[in-house]
Design a protein around this ligand. Sequence first.
Ligand SMILES: Nc1nc2c(ncn2[C@@H]2O[C@H](COP(=O)(O)OP(=O)(O)OP(=O)(O)O)[C@@H](O)[C@H]2O)c(=O)[nH]1
Ligand SMILES: [Mg+2]
Length: 206
Amino acid sequence: MRAALVLAGGRSTRFGDRDKAVADLAGTPMIRRVVDRVAGVVDEVVINCRSDQEDAISDAFADAEVDPAFAVDREPDAGPMAGIARGLEAVSAEYAFVVACDMPFVDPAFAEHLFERAAGHDAAVPRLDEWFQTTQAVYRAAPMREACLRALERDDSRIVAPLSDLEKVVLDREEIERVTSVETFENLNTREEFDRAVERLRGDGR
Ligand SMILES: Nc1nc2c(ncn2[C@@H]2O[C@H](COP(=O)(O)OP(=O)(O)OP(=O)(O)O)[C@@H](O)[C@H]2O)c(=O)[nH]1
Ligand SMILES: [Mg+2]
């Protein structure tokens, strides 16, 4: 069993006054595009967000084949790592592919590869250069959740904090580029980045 956990509990402050999760990306709410891309490689989909986002995000899936479960933050604004911990509570699969709602070019073949690489380990985490791509990685749900809770307990909310507790596989740039292109990690933070992505998607008829 495999899950996708989509992180959407952020405030989109660089984006502007709207929630980027449900912003219209070339005809599809961005989070719906992310879920549609990965749905084929997972058995369940969980979305982590704040309670005030749930209605609008649900609406984005009104006519969808997948019916995502919601894991709503008990305490908002505690950071993406706290969001992962919350989301993993609602995951029943052994492994979860964590992905941010603002990565609309996420490659399902790469998610599949991460699941394969994580098998028998606590995590498979890509690292292009010095930074771990923690918000597009596969984690074994139970140890990752426990590692997140331990980090939060010691007031360390950094997204990399749980990684040191995990027996993980790290994918380097060479391996990543064998399987996919770095476009999979592209995340849309500003309105300008978003508008450029819309043009690209329209240009390719995607
Ligand atoms: N649950 C939860 N998720 C968060 C939080 N902050 C960010 N996220 C999520 O983590 C992912 C990466 O965060 P960012 O790219 O910084 O998104 P953001 O925080 O909404 O945007 P900015 O306000 O511009 O930083 C996104 O999918 C966010 O939805 C938070 O405080 N709580
Ligand atoms: Mg942020």
